[in-house]
Design a binder for this molecule. Sequence first.
Ligand SMILES: [Zn+2]
Length: 306
Amino acid sequence: MASNSEIPKSMFAWRKHRGNPEPGHEGCGQIVQIGPEVTGTKFKIGDIVALHAVSGCAMPDCSECSRDLSQICEIGHHSGIGQDGFYAPYAAIESRGAVLVPEGVTPAEAAVATDAVTTAYHAIHRRGEVKASETCFLFGLGGLGFNALQIVHNIGARVIVCDIRQERLDEAAKLGIPSSDIVPVGKSPQEFVMENDLKIDTVLDFVGTHQTFEDAQHIVRRGGKLLCIGSLNTENVIHMKIGTRKRLSYIFSYGGQVRDLEEVLQLIAEGAIRPQVKPARLEDFPEILKQLEEGKVESRIALMHD
Ligand SMILES: [Zn+2]
């Protein structure tokens, strides 16, 4: 919210001491200072705002921002993605990247909303254009995938879920996904779709392994869509014959935009989406990182400054 010359001094001290850019690309904070170039009455000191990490440069001659692709703009600041982010005690961002957090949304929820929910929302609504009449097949119920499940559920589309972890499938069941729409652990998705005579309109691949991408091309109906978000394997095989004969759409998605974040925060406030996130203290970061490596973190943890 402040211009560069007004970034609180502590931020520079912190940067100098650490040497590396401060991480943290999902942020929520309280406004402590507003730069003189910020006009209007939208924001005031003390407001709690969700912070979008990449809101673009907004220049009319930017090849990405001018085509409504702010999330892949290379000119604007990338908070916490190779550049200083939100784990710093103070962060400065352009006002276009800040969204007021509505009543009923916790700061931890608002922080994960900025990417883990917004990325899923952008993929499903803007890229996949998923409709209520569709049957979707969702690979992966992790940090993004579980939010995706809630977003598709909220649209009213049927969603078949698949994950290698039973506890994640149990979470989907708690959300109201019928057992007939949950692929049992160890069951082949291709067999499941065939045996249940399912017509999959859209596959949402939040995993992106050789296996999920392979299965996706086989299980999607003719004329269907493959929505690619996860990229656990950096290279996967596209079957040209399947893609052309079935006339498939392979759709890739990356990140989301501020307008997605605004809509997402509203949905969280209404209770339509409940991001899975637990708060913890920033100083416990090394211990939490260890838990993450050991697979003990179920979804997401929000690190809070005291
Ligand atoms: Zn730009």
